[in-house]
Design a protein around this ligand. Sequence first.
Ligand SMILES: NCc1[nH]cc(CCC(=O)O)c1CC(=O)O
Length: 317
Amino acid sequence: MSPASSTLPTPPARLVIASRESALAMWQAEHIRDRLRALYPQTDVSILGMTTQGDQILDVSLSKIGGKGLFVKELETALEDGRADFAVHSLKDVPMVLPEGFVLAAIGEREDPHDAFVSNNYENLAALPAGSVVGTSSLRRESQLRARFPHLVIEPLRGNVQTRLRKLDEGLYAAIILAAAGLKRLGLATRIRAVISSEDSLPAVGQGALGIECRADRLDVIAALQPLHHPDTAACVFAERAMSRALNGSCQVPLGGFAEVQNGQLRMRGFVASPDGQRVIRAEAMGEIAAPEALGGQIAKSLLAQGAGEILAALNG
Ligand SMILES: NCc1[nH]cc(CCC(=O)O)c1CC(=O)O
């Protein structure tokens, strides 16, 4: 037996992955399935595709219908009643506090965390003439665009990645903003005209990372998933999630948080904005990779000390 295989846990004979049925969700579930099949050739790994409330309600801005739990609840129900062993999520869609009895068993390696500029006619944001219509339903993207490019018109845009690209191609928008990660994973990187810098659009908490969730009592599943855990990604996203949690973040709130590993340390930036982009409060700090939640808490504290609480209270009120 090779040294590597002798350290692997004995996996369950069968593993069922709960996933949404969008093309991106299925790509992510298949990616995890294929890695597990390679690690554990004796294990039967399959995918249970499911439709969530967030997939059904497409005509209303997510920020108006109570947020991100909508994409994960049905999957958690499948874990609860044993139809599936774990769920693969875009971590960005996973609420900051999991329901009692569930854990993030592993964090998969981050794809490109940046936002992407997608257009059929323009090279980048700076090239858009005044009055151009840009599609996004993210308050985070909208507030940052309004602050940096006040001459642009922001219009709502929902649906999965393919639906959003179709709406662009139908001519409803001069450009749209999407996560680079989703486009790259779907083999649609050629649609990216420009990757938007984190200065122009600080990414969402968890953007580009995979969150693998299971029941806290499934120690067999947690052990089997450990080879998929990516510690640097986990440090970054735990810092980001700690910031958002401390601010009571949801998608009703224009905020961004982004940590990266630089020279063996964590560098983190965060912001909270008013939806019109008139007020943007920013914070930045370095911290230890071993203590990501302290760094996230420190960023939140700095944002609050600069008045983020007023913006958040106005939004929640
Ligand atoms: N909110 C929807 C969603 N959730 C995850 C991704 C993209 C992939 C990722 O960020 O991991 C997207 C689409 C988008 O923002 O363009």
